[in-house]
Design a protein around this ligand. Structure first.
Ligand SMILES: Nc1nc2c(ncn2[C@@H]2O[C@H](COP(=O)(O)OP(=O)(O)OP(=O)(O)O)[C@@H](O)[C@H]2O)c(=O)[nH]1
Length: 460
């Protein structure tokens, strides 16, 4: 066991308003991995050293205002079926739990239900595994009705699978000892039925909420807004960039998962065009597949986005591993992370580098293929934001047509239609007529051509 003094969090005053829900001991029961080995979790985990993994787990615990009494790494060489970690470690931790007076233990791994129960019994404390912790975080961060419903549904599905698995386990054990039935059986069945009823009810409610959402989206599609979506590892700076780009006062907190549900705002492009910018849930490593599935609908804006900004905290020591985690989640959602026509990499937090390091970063960025640029920005200082907006505009323009037309200056209705439905790139008054250059979606091209006799724009 390697105790680590975890930045004195237990004694530090928490930020005003933060609710203290309990003292927690965070345990990283990490398998000793030989080079090239895998610890049965996600591959990228092998890239991370145990300290960084433990820090991340502690960060997740802090995200729901838990007071971290201590965080320790418990290296293991094999997973024990009964308690995940070995007997000696279980006992050592029992002592630690008593001396630290904690009532919750976070195990940064996926525990089988029986392991969770055995540990809770041994330690006389509640035990949360990684999925349980993530579900707690999602639950607290859900802002919309849809988000809350999805979290509750994911939670119930998680519980149901645990009941089913533990039930199978008990049955096998009983069979082995020659017992039939026994106490607990009816309770489990009753629990399962209750959970199933609640799941069906929630699914019904969710369908209704999603239908409303689809209506809203259909409404938005009638205006020529394209969607730009922000994705990125949790804490990469998405909300801060979202605010910077839209100048909206949306909550940005130094917390994981400050945003769960997509938030949409208008994004003003340099030449007067508009797009919708959507902020999404922060991705994290090892996001259980069942959760990705549960949040697919919440991530619909990302699926449909014309341009996806992949925001990266380039100052983070795990920046590379975080990138592969985000790419993996994108793939799970059916998005090709190498689609350079759609994805722009945004290297955020460059204000954290000195001049020399920035030059080095610029060099690395300059060596990237031309169609795969990286935009260097600081969402906090605003540096690089104009260039980023120009890159977004250019990427969106690639999917649009530019047309020239001439319109009577007295045709107020026609001019206002053009302003609503097209991006007006140039407008000059000549002899009572406006000569205009406009950019429109492919879907609007034919209307503009027939209504205004527009012709394809000939660039100089
Ligand atoms: N120095 C520096 N800090 C930044 C920058 N952008 C964001 N931050 C900080 O990084 C932390 C996380 O920022 P958020 O915008 O909440 O991150 P997020 O990606 O939305 O996080 P989730 O909601 O958890 O996914 C906050 O403390 C921000 O102030 C930046 O450009 N420079």
């Amino acid at each position: 066991m390697e105790p680590r003094n975890f930045d004195g969090d237990a004694d530090r005053p928490r930020s005003a308003g933060a609710k203290q829900t309990g003292r927690v001991l965070v345990i990283g029961p990490y398998l000793r991995v030989r080079a090239g080995g895998a610890d049965a979790q996600s591959e990228s985990y092998v890239l991370r050293d145990a300290d960084a993994r433990l820090d991340e787990a502690a960060g997740l615990a802090r995200a729901i205002d838990l007071v971290i009494a201590d965080a320790i790494i418990a290296p293991i060489s094999q997973i024990r079926p009964a308690t995940y970690i070995g007997k000696g470690k279980v006992e050592e931790i029992t002592g630690l739990i008593k001396s630290l007076e904690v009532d919750l233990v976070v195990m940064d791994c996926a525990l089988a239900p029986i392991q969770q129960r055995n540990l809770e019994k041994e330690w006389n404390a509640k035990v949360l595994d990684r999925t349980g912790l993530i579900l707690e975080i999602f639950g607290r961060r859900a802002k919309t009705k849809e988000g809350s419903l999805q979290v509750e549904l994911a939670h119930l599905n998680y519980q149901r699978s645990r009941l089913v698995r533990s039930w199978t386990h008990l049955e096998r054990q009983r069979g082995g000892f020659g017992f039939m039935g026994g106490p607990g059986e009816t309770q489990i069945e009753a629990d399962r039925r209750l959970i199933q009823e609640r799941i069906s009810k929630l699914e019904g409610e969710l369908k209704k909420v999603q239908a409303t959402r689809r209506l809203h989206r259909a409404g938005r599609q009638r205006v020529p807004y394209r969607v730009v979506a922000l994705v990125g590892y949790t804490n990469a700076g998405k909300s801060t960039l979202f605010n910077r780009l839209t100048r909206a006062d949306v909550q940005a907190a130094d917390m994981l998962f400050a945003t769960l549900d997509p938030t949409l705002r208008a994004l003003n492009l340099p030449h007067g065009g508009k797009a919708m910018l959507s902020d999404t849930v922060g991705f994290i490593s090892n996001l259980p597949t069942q959760l990705v599935a549960a949040f697919r609908a919440t991530l619909e804006e990302v699926l449909e986005a014309d341009v996806i900004l992949h925001v990266r905290d380039i100052s983070h020591e795990d920046a590379e591993a975080q990138q592969s985690d985000v790419d993996a989640v994108l793939r799970q959602l059916g998005i090709n992370p190498d689609d350079s026509g759609r994805i722009i990499e945004v290297w955020n937090k460059i204000d954290r580098f000195d001049a020399e390091q920035r030059d080095e970063l610029l060099n690395i960025a300059a060596r990237r293929p031309e169609d795969h640029p990286a935009m260097l920005v600081s969402a906090v200082s605003g540096e690089g934001i104009d260039a980023l907006l120009a890159a977004i505009e250019e990427r969106l323009a690639a999917k649009r047509t530019t047309l020239d037309l001439s319109i009577d200056a007295a045709d107020g209705a026609g001019i206002s239609w053009l302003h609503r439905n097209a991006e007006v790139l140039a407008k000059e008054l000549h002899d009572g007529r406006f000569d205009m250059t406009v950019r429109v979606d492919e879907t609007k091209r034919d209307i503009v051509v027939s209504r205004f006799d527009a012709v394809p724009h000939l660039s100089a």
